[in-house]
Ligand binder design. Structure first.
Ligand code: AMP
Length: 147
């Protein structure tokens, strides 16, 4: 694969594991990118009438800034420079598919780990990424203990 997009959460152990195991999928003349999707906060607050949009935007801007810095730390340790890092806001699977179309990635890598509680019922991020993906998806099985 020539242009590979690894979807990572911002947990050190699981992000580096996904990036390490994903690398062999990249052709010698190929490139490895990493993306993190920040989920919008407004859903949690939308029923509170005192909650204003400007506060939402400020929380989101903060979250994006923190995620950008954190992703850069995780990526630097893996030799992935800032030109190969993406941070976007939205629903992870939708945003990852959008990015794949926009930038013509040819493979998506995700980690897979058992979710507990409500997120298991809703389906994991990896599952959502797989469904409706315009390109191949490789799922890295997470070892027990690595969440
Ligand atoms: P989860 O569905 O949260 O168990 O995560 C499984 C895998 O989905 C992770 O190992 C990542 O590859 C990917 N993933 C989860 N959350 C995000 C996110 N916010 N942005 C990008 N990828 C994510």
């Amino acid at each position: 694969y020539k242009k590979v997009l690894a979807a990572v959460d911002l947990t050190e152990a699981s992000a580096s594991y996904v990036l390490e195991r994903g690398r062999p999928f990249v052709a010698e003349d190929g490139e490895l990118f990493a993306v993190h999707v920040v989920e919008p906060q407004y859903v949690q607050y939308s029923f509170d009438p005192t909650f204003t949009g400007s506060l939402t935007r400020s929380l989101e801007a903060d979250a994006l800034a923190v995620a950008t810095k954190r992703l850069d730390e995780l990526c630097s340790a893996q030799g992935i420079d800032p030109q190969h890092q993406r941070v976007v806001l939205g629903r992870p699977a939708d945003k990852i598919h959008e990015l794949v179309e926009q930038e013509a990635f040819d493979l998506i890598i995700t980690g897979s780990h058992g979710q507990e509680g409500i997120r298991l019922l809703l389906g994991s991020t990896a599952n959502a990424v797989l469904h409706g993906s315009p390109v191949d998806v490789a799922t890295i099985r997470m070892p027990k203990g690595l969440h």
